[in-house]
Design a protein. Structure first.
Length: 111
């Protein structure tokens, strides 16, 4: 059982990254279609047929991805477990990076 757990974690990590990437590309595709001009009924049907990108899913995917990266980095840094606020600071920084990446993906472009 000890040998299968790392394999399962790697698979879950790869699937999570794939979902976040697919969501980001679907979002960009919908955004380009909407910005291209007037939308008729066919375009609305196409937008509905694209697998449901929800900006909430993109937001939480980016936050959890960066949070996980922060936890991995904390694992490799030496610190005093009882007295150090270092893990809290590193995790906060990576959560903030997740929010910034989400904002950069979703923000409206200036013309």
């Amino acid at each position: 059982m000890k040998h299968i757990i790392p394999f399962i974690v790697v698979i879950i990590f790869i699937i999570t990254i794939a979902i976040v990437i697919i969501s980001a590309f679907n979002f960009k595709l919908k955004k380009r279609i909407i910005e291209s001009g007037p939308i008729d009924d066919n375009a609305l049907k196409f937008l509905g047929s694209i697998s449901g990108l929800n900006t909430e899913a993109l937001k939480w995917g980016s936050i959890l991805l960066f949070g996980g990266i922060g936890l991995v980095i904390i694992e490799f840094l030496p610190y005093n477990l009882e007295d150090s606020p270092l893990p809290y600071g590193i995790e906060s920084i990576f959560f903030a990076l997740g929010f910034i990446v989400y904002y950069l993906l979703v923000r409206p472009k200036k013309v």
